[in-house]
Design a protein around this ligand. Structure first.
Ligand SMILES: CC(C)(COP(=O)(O)OP(=O)(O)OC[C@H]1O[C@@H](n2cnc3c(N)ncnc32)[C@H](O)[C@@H]1OP(=O)(O)O)[C@@H](O)C(=O)NCCC(=O)NCCS
Length: 354
């Protein structure tokens, strides 16, 4: 059966760090609370646009695959933080990389990468596409409210990308499922910025969230989604070699693994370093897991995510023979000597906020 297999991977995590100690200087929080409640020690704040991060991750993914941008039939960027309403981040990625394939963004919030991978797989199975660049890229720091300690400590910026191509072999995406419960739209939202409120300055351009509610739904739904994907792939939970969950909260990741009875050593996490990078979190984690030799040839890898909507989705794939890069590429972006806090402060001043 024709399906998608991952042949290249890459990530871009901005250099500017925002540590828990930095946050302690601006909001009423502390390292101990953030670490025990979320597992986060620091996150990155981007000095470049979402599309530039997405392009940087893509350059590395294309080099790892040994594929030129002109051979890509589809660029899909999972994001809820596009640089502009129009055109898509994907169009800007193509502008940087070249090529004439289809470009589109997909917004399923933090579940976006699993959604985008599944969409690319479906288009490959249908024969519409042979090779796709599937990216998760987010700049959620633009929507951080530094006066709200319940959300400001959780999110960070970054991008991850994979190149997928058609295969008829045993490797590739074995199963995926995507879901959403529209009755829960209001528990995680950014009310400003869209056409509903575009002329209303009173509507905040910041993340609003009901943390406990999200937590509860996330653990249940991620467990269900993963179980279904494993069953659809005709596998058992013991067959999973590596579980990569959306990196939102270490307690959610641990509770999901426990519910699934996946042993902790099979769970890859990097939330301590990047916080919640939304749709970018799984491709960043996948890329790091591969570069650290965590994923071996033939491994069964399960990915599962949840996010605003409330969306959730899971994918199970069998890795192919190659777990090393064919090549690597410079990210091609300027460096910055600013700290994450400096970047956030500059942005807030630009918006007239102290
Ligand atoms: C946000 C989250 C970490 C909060 O953890 P929690 O254990 O549920 O904590 P609560 O919200 O019950 O708050 C407990 C206390 O800590 C306080 N608190 C909240 N944020 C704090 C912070 N950054 N620093 C210090 N104290 C904080 C609260 O005010 C509350 O104080 P109170 O008991 O005096 O009222 C957790 O609910 C979570 O991760 N939810 C999921 C969020 C998520 O993943 N969102 C993205 C989805 S993709």
């Amino acid at each position: 059966m024709r399906r998608a297999t991952i042949i290249g991977w890459g990530a871009y995590t901005p250099p500017a760090v925002l540590s828990n100690a930095d946050l302690e200087t601006v909001i009423d929080t502390n390292d101990e609370w953030i670490t025990t409640r979320s597992g986060i020690k620091e996150r990155r704040i981007s000095h470049v646009s979402n599309a530039e991060m997405a392009t940087a991750a893509s350059r590395r993914a294309l080099a790892a695959a040994g594929v030129d941008a002109s051979d890509i039939d589809l660029v899909v960027v999972a994001t809820c933080t596009p640089d502009r309403a129009l055109p898509s981040v994907a169009a800007y990625v193509q502008r940087q990389l070249g090529g004439l394939g289809a470009t589109m963004d997909l917004n399923a919030a933090c579940s976006g990468f699993v959604y985008a991978l599944s969409v690319a797989d479906g288009m490959i199975a249908a024969g519409t596409v042979n090779r796709a660049l599937v990216i998760g890229a987010e700049r959620l720091s633009s929507y951080l409210d530094l006066t709200d300690r319940t959300t400001a400590v959780l999110f960070g910026d970054g991008a991850g990308a994979v190149v997928v191509e058609a295969t008829e072999g045993p490797e590739g995406l074995l199963a995926s499922n995507l879901h959403s419960d529209g009755s829960l739209t209001e528990i995680l939202t950014i009310r400003g910025g869209g056409t509903e409120n575009v002329f209303d300055d009173a509507i905040p351009l910041t993340v609003a969230m009901e943390g406990r509610e999200i937590f509860r739904h996330a653990v249940t739904r991620m467990g269900e989604g993963t179980t279904t994907a494993i069953e659809t792939a005709d596998l058992e939970i013991e067959d999973v070699d590596v579980l990569i969950s959306h990196q939102a909260n270490i307690r959610i990741i641990d509770a999901t693994a426990k519910r699934l009875k996946v042993s902790p050593e099979k769970v890859y996490t990097n939330i301590h370093a990047y916080g919640n990078t939304s749709a970018a979190s799984i491709p960043i984690a996948l890329s790091e897991a591969l570069d650290q030799g965590v994923i071996e040839p033939g491994n069964i890898v399960a990915m599962v995510a949840f996010g605003g909507g409330l969306t959730w989705g899971a994918a199970v794939l069998r890795w192919g023979e190659r777990t090393t890069r064919l090549g690597d590429a410079d990210h091609g972006l300027p460096d910055t000597d600013k700290t994450g806090l400096q970047l956030l402060r500059e942005r807030a001043q630009g918006l007239g906020v102290q």
